[in-house]
Write a new protein. Structure first.
Length: 117
């Protein structure tokens, strides 16, 4: 993490802690709504601090990737074409290829589902 981002992160988180502690130790004695408002503000600070700390700087390498050279910025090649579908078999041979369950009633049911004669 860059030193500047780290400093911002710790400053924001320190502000968050100071807001919480001040709200419930001092401010609540005079105004509970003000203490609640301070806590609501403090509640927003940690996500913002995380975003600031994880921001990518111009000098940072991202996921250990080398910077792209201009010639590497072209479109990726298309994926290979899918293989052609297998040839259709006649209706009588299809059962031999798939095999039979051994139960004629079950075979008729599957044939009906597969819309085969």
């Amino acid at each position: 993490m860059n030193a500047r981002r780290r400093h911002w992160y710790f400053a924001m988180m320190g502000t968050c802690v100071v807001l919480f502690v001040t709200a419930w130790s001092v401010v609540r004695l005079w105004s509970v709504p003000a203490a609640i408002a301070m806590c609501l503000v403090a509640m927003v600070i940690p996500p913002v601090a995380a975003i600031v700390a994880n921001r990518r700087g111009p000098e940072d390498r991202w996921w250990d990737e080398a910077p792209l050279r201009p010639r590497d910025r072209r479109e990726p090649p298309l994926p290979p074409a899918p293989p052609p579908p297998p040839p259709k078999t006649p209706a009588g041979q299809d059962r031999q290829v798939r095999g039979s369950s051994g139960d004629p009633e079950s075979d008729r049911w599957w044939d009906e589902l597969d819309r085969r004669p």
